[in-house]
Design a protein around this ligand. Sequence first.
Ligand code: GDP
Length: 528
Amino acid sequence: MADQQFLDEINKRRTFAIISHPDAGKTTITEKVLLFGRAIQQAGTVKGKKSGQHAKSDWMDMEKERGISITTSVMQFPYADHLVNLLDTPGHEDFSEDTYRTLTAVDSCLMVIDSAKGVEDRTIKLMDVARMRETPILTFMNKLDRDIRDPIELMDEVENVLKISCAPITWPIGMGKEFKGVYHLLNDEIILYQNGMGHAIQDSQVIKGLNNPELDEVLGAYADELREQIELLEAAANPFDLEEFLAGQLTPVYFGTALGNFGVDHMLDGLVEWAPRPQPRMASEQQVAAEKAELSGFVFKIQANMDPNHRDRIAFMRIVSGKYEKGMKMKHVRLGKDVRISDALTFLAGDRAAVEEAFPGDIIGLHNHGTIQIGDTFTQGEELKFSGIPNFAPELFRRIRLKDPLKIKQLQKGLMQLSEEGAVQVFRPFRNNDLIVGAVGMLQFDVVAHRLKSEYKVEAVYEPISVATARWVSSDDEKALQAFKTKAHDHLALDGSDSLTYVASTMVNLQMAQERHPDIVFRKTREH
Ligand code: GDP
């Protein structure tokens, strides 16, 4: 039996990530969330895109130069008697497989939508990934201080495009210059917006009850308009349903402005109340629950050189069960070896600190000297192997070529290690000696060239190559597979882990191959 203190630690944790299209306001919301968590005193330090201030969640030089966040950093902060872990995901145009894999390490997601624009394509992709595990989603409709689209229309779009029901929790009163605040449907209260308070926690004026005459005094004509809208809404909109939310079928919707620091706390209240505590994960055939006393966890990301003063690699491990204590022995299951971990890191608002103890839902950083790979499991001695940490079929491809051909060995070594880390994927075609690298985001190519140079002393250049997509292929029918290998020889390659891959020049080519070879399974993801 798990002791009560341990259960309390589990119950108070919420681990989530933000999914959004670039510029929807993810960084601004992260700042405000941390402000509420008192993790930083004044908002505005997460990303200094324009001001030149450096983000707390940005680490590498390249990120600083570009003012973007490449790494998936981790921020932990207290909020309303809970402990929240926010896993940051890149918000820039360029993103990577890390973004996708981070979603395997959270228990819920916040979807942020620019209310002037509605559902955008990156959000659609990220939602697809969040769906793979039926992750519960909260929604924040941002930028209410601007002229936005009709809120009903926005919710319809979310429902139609993303196939998830919307349950408004707050409802906006006015928009743009006339944005007055929101009505909280469940609390029956009006929370008034004050302009120009974006950098501080607002002491908002709250009016209790939709029929309160105070409302007419403060809002004038808006008061009756609001009453009418809410009457309509209560008849037409979905009520919030916890079970549907937990099944990923319904999303509670909040309205506000991250820049004006209004509404983010309403969302946080919903997150700590409804979002799930640390969830079980599948390890081979069994579910591992958070309450299990023995420590277990999986690595979902490896980050090199986060801190120029430490020039090391950090493996990010999500704790699934048990308790981590400084100095404990853990089993590195893939290597079958015990390792003593005395210097794991936690991430309080991006600052690294040595961790004394950590619990399910937490992310700890392990120093990695080349022995840890994406998907690795650590336990307290047990033979467990967590599943579900995938590689995603790349969408961008380049041929990589050396400036100095004599360094081919270093290049191969570097690429193999970088692909094990999940920084990029490598494909070696059967038909020639090309090395093809594949990525989900453009920036991965730059990161890899940069790291090949600084860590492996290899100067490599990229060349365009006409590859549209790749699929991992397999078959239960050994004969069919052999026939396929002969027929499709010129399209086949081995990836970094020697898995057989079909490399398609066009989507049409892929489609034809699938039609011609019905006994072959073409997969968009491959598990580590
Ligand atoms: P990200 O790319 O999703 O991280 O978006 P950012 O947080 O960097 O925001 C993109 C731009 O939108 C920045 O210029 C922000 O200042 C701005 N922004 C974010 N939230 C709001 C908001 O509530 N209202 C307005 N008017 N602008 C916002």
